[in-house]
Write a protein that binds this ligand. Sequence first.
Ligand code: HPA
Length: 270
Amino acid sequence: MSGYGRDCADIVRAARAGTYKIGMILGSGLGSLADEVVDGVRIPYSRLTGFPVSSVTSHSSELVAGNLGGVPVVILSGRAHYYESGDAGIMRTPVETLKELGCEILLATNAAGSLRSENAPGSPLILSDHINWSGLNPLIGEEDEARFLDMSAAYDPDLRAALAKVARETGDPVPEGVYMWFSGPSFETPAEIRMARTLGADAVGMSTVPEVILARFLGMRVVAMSILTNYGAGLQSHALSHDETKSVAMTGMDRVKQIVRAFVMEVGHG
Ligand code: HPA
């Protein structure tokens, strides 16, 4: 089973020749990081066969290839979520495209709900691991033995350390935590949030996990960072909303951008 990654990589290379080091998938409200890319090309997903066009209002749905801090990067500004299609493999072609373009590293960002009072909305969280209790997996249907993918160190320890280091060097330290994937699109119930905490989660969200599985399947090294936009259901007094996700993600964006920029320079010149 494979997507259209090779075809899409050809389209990107036709627009801008080169090989790339770091691929990024940017979640809700974080797309403006793509504005920092210099010398780049922007290609709308609608021109890339097999790329999903996200229906989520804060996602811009374009691929940006260029230089960030002197490092050749490909930014996927906007992702598709499982809840838009019911297809856990919806991000297969985009992740394949990053790999085909030479990206050895995937950096994924997302917006997530915090399960810990000390990790306040507006602040970032480095993912140390995930819990996929959904029963879904983008590798279901894969026939090759490679489907039995080792996930012991899915979030690369060295890249996590590099992310934590550049965070410390540029501002407040950023904690690590376990991200639990829920399908969405409804938010969790308070009982589900209590369950997630009991199971060892520090944050909850509706994305990233399928992409991480796909990227590991393709042999990429993975690192991921959330911007916490709210406390999980039942842990805050007001109702959860996508408006809150978008607006709080905005407030934390400058810090995330700063960390990502520093991270790219730290690991991209090696
Ligand atoms: N739950 C799931 N996804 C989210 C949340 C949440 O509380 N906040 C932002 N994305």
